[in-house]
Design a protein around this ligand. Structure first.
Ligand code: SF4
Length: 116
């Protein structure tokens, strides 16, 4: 999958993923979202923060983030998260799913919401 910033994305990619058309990064510098080879750590952190600032004003942040988690996309900043941050989110979701399955297996009721 191409990053939304990649203006060379085939038209079919955009048509299949209509959220791409609203991506704030389509008008930003391509180098912001992916690491060049042998990028020093301080430069990477600064670049990722810049990319996250673009994501923070993006109207399709949630769609982009869920796409990157579902693929999963192994590189770059997507939906305001770095690849390492996405790995943490995925690990938490897997752990939660395991806990929910186990709770269902042993018949533990989910706490009811109290109205009002
Ligand atoms: S959330 Fe960030 S990476 Fe995703 S489309 Fe928007 S600006 Fe691009």
């Amino acid at each position: 999958m191409l990053h939304p910033i990649d203006s060379s994305s085939p038209r079919s990619v955009v048509e299949d993923n209509p959220w791409h058309t609203g991506a704030a990064c389509r008008s930003d510098e391509a180098g912001l979202f992916f690491a060049p080879s042998k990028e020093p750590t301080a430069a990477r952190l600064a670049r990722e923060e810049q990319a996250k600032r673009v994501c923070a004003r993006c109207p399709v942040l949630l769609e982009c983030r869920e796409h990157a988690l579902a693929q999963p996309e192994p590189y770059g900043v997507w939906g305001g998260l770095t690849a390492a941050e996405r790995r943490v989110v995925l690990a938490r979701r897997r752990r939660r799913d395991v806990e929910l399955r186990e709770a269902r297996r042993v018949g533990v009721q989910q706490p009811r919401r109290i109205a009002g």
